[in-house]
Design a protein around this ligand. Sequence first.
Ligand code: GDP
Length: 478
Amino acid sequence: EAITVQELANRMAERGGEVVKTLMKMGVMATITQSIDADTAELVVEEFGHRSKRVSAQDVEIGLRGSADDDALLRPRAPVVTVMGHVDHGKTSLLDALRKTDVAAHEAGGITQHIGAYQIEVPSGDKITFLDTPGHAAFSEMRSRGANVTDIVILVVAADDGIMAQTIEAINHAKAAGVPIIVAINKIDVPGANPNKVKQALLQHELVPEDMGGDVICVEVSAKTRQGLDNLLDILLLQAELLELKANPERNAEGTVVESKLEQGRGAVATVLVQRGTLKVGDIFVAGAESGRVRALLNDRGERVESAGPSVPVEVLGLSGTPEAGDDLVVVEDEARAREIASFRADKKKTATMATQGRGTLEQMLSAIREGEAKTMPLIVKADVHGSLEAILGALEKMATEEVRPEILHSAVGGINESDVTLARASGAMILAFNVRANAQARDLAKRDGVDIRYYSIIYELIDEMRKALGGLLAPEQ
Ligand code: GDP
């Protein structure tokens, strides 16, 4: 194992130049970007009067996140809501309209900032947090990085347009994540709007509205006239109550990065949604492969705050660089530990991008099933025409056995897009393409994340290959 001089300096919290000098004294000529072997590194560490310990990336992560909290320490927290739906059905308008219902904002007269999430307070004093980057690609991208931040999904369906391709995608993303869905039937102010038709159509996607004997709540709203917004908020709070969302605010903060950017004058800025504990100015943290000390916290009105508790989104200043959406942020005891973890993660990321470490490849899926981790084979099926799609789905369904069954997370007519790949990645699924191709974005993403896309032009071949794959699992182990 080797380590770069810079890396070693970082982990010791010493200057790179000093390490180079020490190496020179030892007769080793190395620049700051060069690597030295572990034995040499150990000598350098001793030279600086530190104690060395060789650890793996896994070791470094141990104990990073605190253990589960005692029930007695848990306090209710605001629900975190994501808005999804077809383009132009009013996601952005609804998010803007809901934001204007905030009672606290009126008092403070503050100017709203778009930081990727905001929190509102309703007249009763209850709070709701919204992630305001609508879209299911972002939702599943975060989930694929291990971040399940959303408690409730609002599915926006325009009453004058009904259920469209991206509505179905959104439904399947939410279902795969196991997040409850509330349907907001929007644009009811438009002449010719037909909420009942929307409800009827929902049935085809296994969402049964309450007034049709099911458990899916539908709310009729207009983001334009603001009709029904209070009702929607009431229902969100009711749903939140059922979910019994709680967190311990009295501990070191742990959260998820929602957004991050590099800004002139402010440096790296990340919006973080705190999930447990309280994040405070001065805290030392690791965020993805970055680390830092909280220099300032700003709320969604651009005001400086001293701390942020569970479900509160804040902008964090004081990062070493920009982490990615979906990365964790965890407060640690000291800078050395923060740097150590961040640099290990950066190393890991480098090697991971060199060799694709996919989750959605057939081989990995099969080995997970063999090892008893999975009883289902998650699949996404895209085809050129309805007839073929139906035939494929029908055949796949028949392949189910007691040991393993294909699970269709999403199926649709059309080419493979970014949404398909993020869903596949987040759920460890494979994509079957029948007479369709992936667009450039989807191809790149699949390559990056190692998602398996299999192309077919003959139904029989697709079915045969899947049957063999599933059949192989059932064969006695050698
Ligand atoms: P998004 O693509 O889902 O974010 O949709 P937008 O929020 O951008 O809305 C698309 C269009 O529909 C815009 O022109 C909005 O003004 C309009 N719109 C959104 N909500 C309503 C509504 O409740 N009633 C009417 N009449 N128009 C709406």
